[in-house]
Design a protein around this ligand. Structure first.
Ligand SMILES: Cc1cc2nc3c(=O)[nH]c(=O)nc-3n(C[C@H](O)[C@H](O)[C@H](O)COP(=O)(O)OP(=O)(O)OC[C@H]3O[C@@H](n4cnc5c(N)ncnc54)[C@H](O)[C@@H]3O)c2cc1C
Length: 292
């Protein structure tokens, strides 16, 4: 499969990249790791006349933790996230998502911005990011805006981004107190597999052994976008954590899922797995909350 002809741009600053995207709009596509874009261009699914590389923009690199915020630059790879102490310590679910994304080769190229912007329903990083209430910072020539990832995805491959916008970084407010987080992925094989179902869970407790003050449950691969399970969160809020409570939350989450039948699994199986994985993710999150 050959790549179609295109013009390649290599800006070294965000404003230069925004200027190019503002001028060319739909004719251009940014490229970060290229693991999605190049495959889709080779398959002729997308034919941009211009490709704008973000790889030489230093401002889009690095993970910074300060003032209670974690900021992850657009070009930070899954491997860098998986290997970051700052992420592992406070954002274990995100580290888990990054560790199971593709193969080592893919993880070394695939970036957080590409994983978010490509808006695949089975992507590994959006569910944990949404569980923390992460925000995407978007930039174009006219200015910057920040969007909650829970409002970011519209359909498979579609987001709220304008054609001339660049995602510059992901920002997460560091949770405080007794909280626990986790990410569970089910694929057909154990490794190197996109999700059949995935679930990210976040709970915070009122005191070390108190009731659940806040809960987030995000379901991936069982709808056109990752789904925040309001029903599961309603079951959990204000209650003492327990195995039967988590089982009830799992059933509620299964009710919110919108799975499809395909060659990889039936809708019924996927729905059943949402209940199982939600219960498992909540148990894991509770264990982490207990150790903080
Ligand atoms: C063999 C294989 C296995 C895979 N396995 C998994 C898996 O297990 N889990 C998973 O989640 N994904 C998987 N993927 C998908 C892919 O690797 C990831 O989604 C990856 O994170 C995409 O990042 P990237 O930097 O390569 O994106 P790119 O290919 O560079 O870009 C993807 C899209 O995002 C846009 N984009 C990128 N960065 C920006 C930005 N900063 N601002 C605006 N637009 C931007 C591009 O224009 C393009 O439309 C796999 C892919 C392959 C080829």
């Amino acid at each position: 499969m050959l790549l179609p002809h295109f013009e390649f741009h290599e800006p070294t600053t965000v404003s230069e990249a925004c200027e190019i995207m503002g001028r060319l709009r739909e004719k251009a596509r940014p490229i970060a790791g290229g693991t999605d874009l190049i495959v889709n261009m080779k398959k002729n699914l997308i034919r941009p006349d211009h490709v704008v590389s973000l790889a030489k923009i230093d401002d889009l690199k690095g993970i910074v933790r300060e003032n209670g915020l974690l900021e992850i630059g657009a070009c930070v790879t899954a491997a860098e996230i998986a290997g970051s102490d700052a992420v592992e310590k406070k954002f274990a679910a995100l580290a888990q998502g990054a560790r199971v994304l593709g193969s080592p080769l893919i993880r070394n190229l695939a970036t957080i911005s590409g994983n978010v912007v490509s808006a695949r329903p089975a992507a590994d990083l959006p569910p944990p990011l949404m569980a923390y209430g992460a925000r995407a910072v978007l930039m174009k020539t006219s200015g910057e805006r920040s969007v909650d990832l829970n409002d970011f995805f519209k359909a498979p491959g579609k987001t709220v981004m304008d054609p001339d916008e660049i995602l510059t970084r992901i920002v997460i407010e560091a949770p405080q107190g007794h909280y626990g987080d986790s990410y569970v992925k089910l694929g057909l094989r154990q490794t190197f597999e996109i999700s059949l179902v995935n679930v990210a869970a976040f709970i915070s407790l009122d005191g070390s052994d108190g009731p659940i003050s806040k809960a987030r449950v995000i379901l991936g691969s069982v709808g056109p976008t990752p789904i925040r399970s309001q029903s599961a969160e309603d079951v959990l809020g204000g209650q003492m954590p327990s195995e039967p409570l988590f089982a009830r939350a799992g059933e509620a989450a299964a009710g919110d899922a919108q799975p499809i039948d395909d060659f990889r699994g039936s809708a019924e199986y996927r729905r059943d797995m949402v209940a199982v994985l939600t219960r498992r993710a909540l148990n894991m999150a509770l264990k982490r909350a207990g150790s903080r």
